[in-house]
Design a protein around this ligand. Sequence first.
Ligand SMILES: Cc1cc2nc3c(=O)[nH]c(=O)nc-3n(C[C@H](O)[C@H](O)[C@H](O)COP(=O)(O)O)c2cc1C
Length: 183
Amino acid sequence: MELKEAIRGRRSIRKYLNRDIPNSVIEELLILAIQAPSSMNGQPWHFIVIREDKIKKRLVEIKNKYCPIEKQSYRADFLSKAPVIIVVCVDKQNSYEREVENGVLATANLMLGAYSRGIGSVYLSAYRHGEPRISEEIREVLNISQELDPITIVPLGYPDEIPEPKNIKPLKEMISYETYCKQ
Ligand SMILES: Cc1cc2nc3c(=O)[nH]c(=O)nc-3n(C[C@H](O)[C@H](O)[C@H](O)COP(=O)(O)O)c2cc1C
């Protein structure tokens, strides 16, 4: 699949077929994830591959517990139905104060790679500024040491839904040349 086709075609998928994704495929996707740029080329990633229902349910509980009222339509129940969940973590020592950026860029590769293999995904944050208990609780459930920060939670599964077409705002509302020009 061409890159532009993957970029244009990828959508958030929150319903999955009851079809497993073998570890060999997961590892192919993670090989794509770790090609991402990273601060000072620190390559600080660690990926936790989750298949156990008990652990998935704990992640759902944590995400729902801290889901703000205005985001209730984005509750995380669907996570427990994904055959595989990847939690993308970064090693702080090799992140050069760019933990989030390093984690997010690898996540983007992972999601595009998944789409190119026919696998659906969604981006969920594993932390929130001002609410350290989210990452602390995730850390506890997954036995993540203090050297690592969990950054994203990415459920993976073969799609069982076709999302409604997405309205993309016109580029002209988002672009200036040379200096900022309010549209
Ligand atoms: C920083 C960030 C946080 C997100 N958090 C959630 C989330 O908590 N739950 C969820 O279902 N989707 C989450 N999403 C997915 C977005 O809702 C989704 O990407 C957006 O609606 C655009 O749809 P698309 O991915 O199909 O293009 C998040 C995406 C980003 C980039």
